[in-house]
Design a protein around this ligand. Structure first.
Ligand code: FAD
Ligand code: 3HM
Length: 371
């Protein structure tokens, strides 16, 4: 009998959990280290397009995700009160896009990783890795593995310990993400995803997103320079002035929400020796195409498949990056152009440039959806 191959993974976010489930399904022993004391998601809501849904299906998380997520019948853009684009979604032959709370997605993925046999360890902080395949923890332990994955997010310690050069960009806008309830905003048009933009009296935007039976996610974009609108706790006055129809939700936000500036990280290569950098640690992108997690989980599954298809870890890493990277690079580049130009204010284009990742069938995820 051959010994099970072993993976040590830093980070129990979407990338780490997808990798853990996909490797566990393929007979690996897997341990995931999460620095936080609880397994939970941070942030508010999330959009998962068809490509991400296919990955969730492949790792056994799809039904748990679909039950409790929201399938809006339409996605609109309204700028200064005018409807600039309207797309029916989630019907037969249409784009599939589920919206949900991050906690809902995370819980389903934790369940899938555990079902695949992964061990999930909390309060376990990674501080680095060696190219030979050791994960280094803050408590001084060195854990040998056949492969180490740095799924530890945009500020990845694993990546930085390997001195991989990074290209980083920040943008002029940022986003307050907040979850509230849908009281008073249900039924008819209030079941649509609506991208509200205002150019006067100032430039602000609210991506209004029903995200479950009672959950409403709002991604509230404000320029970094607009200190009044970007402040936390949220100051409702400038927002209500631009979007009076959302006053019922805007007046009950209290001290919820956080403001993050868009940022991008790009690496010249995604692996060093036996260490792979997966997810935001490798390719953080602005959220404008809602594909950061979609690409992260696609690449996590793609890596597990490449490891199954090749004889050595080195060959798998080469195949993986060659196969998965072009689409991630494209998506990151396009998301960055959209962030810099604010072109979404003139309506979403629903074209191949923007939706290439959404249309893509990820490696290892071509099977029919479970129902
Ligand atoms: P993370 O989600 O950051 O997870 C990293 C995990 O590692 C965390 O659990 C963290 O606690 C843990 N960790 C960190 N450091 C260590 C360490 N040293 N040791 C151990 N554990 C560690 N994507 C979409 O697909 N759809 C969207 O709608 C969408 N909306 C977005 C909106 C905004 C405003 C932003 C900023 C991003 C959005 N994204 C979206 C992108 C998405 O959030 C990320 O791409 C995704 O979270 C990346 O997952 P990850 O697992 O790589 O990293
Ligand atoms: C889901 C999502 N999509 C787009 C943006 C954006 O353009 O900032 C933010 C989001 O949370």
């Amino acid at each position: 009998m051959t010994k099970k191959r072993h993976a040590e993974i830093a980070g129990a976010g979407f990338a780490g959990l997808a990798a853990a489930a996909a490797l566990g399904q393929r007979g690996w022993s897997v341990r995931v280290h999460e620095m936080n004391s609880e397994l939970r998601a941070f942030g508010a809501g999330i959009f998962i397009w068809d490509n991400g849904l296919r990955v969730l299906n492949a790792i056994g998380a799809y039904l748990d995700v679909r039950n409790g997520a929201f399938a809006a019948p339409a996605y609109e853009t309204r700028t200064d009160g005018k409807c600039l684009s309207f797309q029916a979604i989630n019907g037969p032959g249409q784009y599939r896009l589920l919206t949900m709370t991050r906690q809902h997605l995370h819980a389903a993925m934790v369940k899938a990783a555990l079902a695949a046999g992964a061990e999930l360890v909390t309060s376990s902080e990674a501080v680095g890795a060696t190219p030979e395949g050791e994960l280094l923890l803050a408590d001084g332990s060195r854990l040998p593995a056949d492969i180490v994955l740095g799924c530890d997010g945009v500020r990845s310690r694993v990546r930085d310990s390997l001195a991989i050069p990074q290209e980083r960009n920040k943008y002029k806008d940022g986003i307050i993400r907040v979850l509230t309830d849908r009281t008073g905003l249900k039924g008819g048009e209030w079941d649509h995803v609506i991208d509200f933009w205002a150019h006067s009296p100032r430039t602000l935007r609210i991506l209004y997103t029903p995200s479950g039976e009672n959950d409403l996610y709002m991604a509230m974009m404000a320029p970094v320079a607009d200190t009044e609108a970007s402040s936390i706790p949220i100051n409702p006055a400038p927002w209500i002035e631009c979007f009076p129809q959302l006053a019922p939700a805007l007046t009950r936000l209290g001290d919820r929400g956080r403001y993050d500036v868009y940022e991008t990280t790009k690496l010249p290569y995604w692996s060093v020796g036996r260490v792979a950098i997966v997810g935001d640690s490798a390719h953080a992108m602005p959220p404008t195409l809602a594909q950061g997690a979609g690409c992260a989980i696609t690449n996590a599954l793609g890596l597990a498949v490449a490891l199954e298809e090749t004889d050595t870890v080195e060959a798998a890493l080469e195949l993986w990056e060659k196969r998965e990277r072009p689409l991630t690079d494209h998506t990151q580049r396009r998301a960055a152009e959209i962030a810099a130009s604010r072109v979404l204010a003139s309506g979403m284009k629903w074209d191949d440039e923007g939706l290439r990742a959404a249309r893509h069938i990820p490696t290892g995820a071509a099977m029919p959806f479970v129902d």
